[in-house]
Design a protein around this ligand. Structure first.
Ligand code: AMP
Ligand code: GLY
Length: 422
C-alpha cells in the first residue's frame, strides 16, 4: 500500500523509518518531511494543514492511508475533511477527528472529560473574563504553586506555574486579556501535583487499545532540568518506576476509562493517545492528553516496537486491533537531541551538518534538517541520536559518542539525559 505521512520532525522520521521496513508498504510520501525522511520516501512540499493540497496529493499518488504526526492538522479536522469528501473518504486517516482531538486542543474539554469519566487528574476550574472573580476565589483556596493553562493550543508554551498568589492573579488577567491570543480566552486553573512525570502511549481503534512502551522526556534546555522549556531535549524508555503494579493502575484507572469514555461520548477515535502522567506517591494522575505520539518520545518508543507498524495501522483502520499483540524490545532506548545554539530562544539556521557518515551503533532521526548542497540545519531541534542498550548508561554512551562525531556550528545537547532514573 501507499502511505502519506504528515509532519516534518524527529517523530515523523521515526515513524517513516519504522513503516519503511514493513513488507506491506509500497510507496511512502512525507508532507513536508525533512532531509532524513527523504532517504526513506518522497517528500512533498505541502504544509500539514493545507488539506486541499493534501487531498490532491492523495489522489495523484494513489495513497491508501494517511498517518498524521502532529496535532495541528488533527485539531483543525484533517480526519473529518477526509470522511466528508466522497473522493477520499475511502482513505483511512490514522489520527482522531476534530472532536477527539479536543482532548489536546482544549484543556477545558479534557478536564471535563476526565471529571465525567472519573479519571484521576488535578482539581481545576475553567475561567473566562466573565468569571474572573470565581477564578480568583478558586486560586485563594489552592496552595502554591499555582498552575494556569491556556485552554487552546499554544505550541507548548501555554502553561504557567507561579509561586505567588498576586502573580497568579495578575497572570490570570494577562492570559484572559490575550497573552496567548485566542488560546487563552479560557484559562484552566489547576491544583499543583508534585511527583515525577512520564508519558504513556497507546494506539486505539476506538474499542481496543495497544499499549506501547512508556517513556520519560526531558523538557528543559539546561542540565539538571533547568532553564527554559523546549519541545524536548531527550527521552528514555522504559521508565524504571513504571513497574507492573503502577502500569496496572494506569491501565485500569486511566487508559480503559479513557477509551470507554470516548465510546460513551460517541467520539470515534482511531489513532494514538499520549497520556502525560504524573506519579504522585505511587498513584498515577493525568496532567494532559495529546492525540499523537510525543516528540522526542517517539524516537525511543518506535525503535522498541518490534511489530509491523503498518499492520498495526491497518488493524486500527479496520477496527480489529484486538487481534494483535505487540512485540516489544526489552532493551533500553535513549535519545539525545542535538539542537541549534540559542534554542529555545532565537537561533540561526542553515548550518552545514557534517560527520553523519561516522555514526555507528545509533540511529539518527532528523528533526530540523533540509537538503541544500548537503544537509543543513532548519530548526531548533536538529537531530535525535537514538541508541539501544542493556542499561540507560550503555545506551547513552553510544548516543553521546555519536553526538560528538556530528558537527554543526553552535551545536548543543544535554549531557545528563536519564540522570534522575539511574
Ligand atoms: P501540559 O502542557 O498540561 O503538559 O503542562 C506542561 C507542564 O507543566 C507539564 O509537563 C508539567 O510539568 C507541568 N504541569 C502541568 N499541570 C500540572 C499540575 N497540575 N501540577 C504540576 N505540574 C503541572
Ligand atoms: N515531548 C512532549 C510532547 O511531544 O508533547
Amino acid at each position: 500500500m501507499n502511505i502519506l505521512l504528515i509532519g516534518s520532525g524527529g517523530r515523523e522520521h521515526a515513524l517513516a523509518w519504522k513503516m519503511r521496513v514493513s513488507p506491506l508498504l509500497d510507496k511512502l510520501y512525507i508532507a513536508p518531511g525533512n532531509a532524513g525522511t527523504s532517504l526513506l520516501g518522497q517528500n512533498i512540499d505541502i504544509a500539514p494543514d493545507n488539506f486541499k493540497a493534501i487531498r490532491k496529493a492523495v489522489l495523484e499518488n494513489h495513497i491508501d492511508m494517511v498517518v498524521v504526526g502532529p496535532e495541528v492538522p488533527l485539531v483543525k479536522g484533517i480526519s473529518d475533511f477526509f470522511l466528508n469528501d466522497a473522493a477520499i473518504s475511502h482513505v483511512p486517516v490514522i489520527g482522531p477527528t476534530s472532536r477527539g482531538a479536543q482532548l489536546e486542543g482544549s484543556k477545558e474539554f479534557a478536564k471535563q472529560f476526565m471529571l465525567e469519566h472519573n479519571i484521576p487528574t488535578a482539581r481545576y476550574l475553567a475561567v473566562t473574563s466573565d468569571t474572573i472573580d470565581e477564578g480568583e476565589r478558586f486560586l485563594k483556596n489552592l496552595k502554591p504553586p499555582y498552575v494556569l493553562k491556556a485552554d487552546g493550543l499554544a505550541a507548548g508554551k501555554g502553561v504557567l506555574i507561579v509561586d505567588d498568589i498576586d502573580q497568579a492573579r495578575n497572570e490570570l488577567r494577562l492570559m484572559l486579556g490575550g497573552k496567548f491570543g485566542k488560546a487563552s480566552n479560557t484559562v484552566v486553573i489547576e491544583e499543583f501535583l508534585s511527583g515525577i512525570e512520564l508519558s504513556v502511549f497507546v494506539v486505539t481503534d476506538g474499542h481496543s487499545y495497544m499499549l506501547l512502551p512508556e517513556a520519560k522526556d526531558y523538557k528543559r534546555i539546561g542540565e539538571g532540568d533547568t532553564g527554559l522549556n523546549t519541545g524536548g531535549m531527550g527521552a528514555v524508555s522504559p521508565v524504571p518506576f513504571a513497574d507492573e503494579e503502577f502500569m496496572q493502575k494506569v491501565r485500569n484507572r486511566i487508559i480503559r476509562p479513557t477509551i470507554d469514555g470516548l465510546g460513551a461520548d460517541e467520539i470515534p477515535y482511531k489513532g494514538f493517545i499520549f497520556f502525560g502522567l504524573i506519579n504522585v506517591d505511587g498513584e498515577p494522575y493525568v496532567i494532559e492528553y495529546n492525540v499523537r505520539m510525543g516528540d522526542p518520545e517517539a524516537e525511543v518508543v518506535i525503535p522498541r516496537l518490534q511489530s509491523d507498524i503498518v499492520e498495526i495501522f491497518q488493524a486500527v483502520a479496520a477496527g480489529d486491533l484486538k487481534k494483535l499483540t505487540p512485540r516489544i524490545d526489552p532493551r533500553t532506548a535513549v535519545t539525545v537531541m542535538m539542537v541549534s545554539g540559542g534554542y529555545p530562544g532565537s537561533y540561526e539556521k542553515g548550518k552545514n551538518i557534517s560527520g553523519l557518515e561516522h555514526v555507528e551503533g545509533s540511529i539518527v532521526f532528523h528533526a530540523g534538517t533540509t537538503s541544500s548542497n548537503g544537509i543543513i540545519t532548519s530548526g531548533g531541534r536538529v537531530l535525535a541520536i537514538t541508541s539501544l542498550g542493556d542499561s540507560i548508561d550503555d545506551a547513552l554512551e553510544k548516543s553521546y559518542k555519536n553526538a560528538s562525531l556530528i558537527e554543526f556550528e553552535n551545536k548543543y545537547f544535554r549531557r545528563d539525559i536519564g540522570f534522575d532514573l539511574k
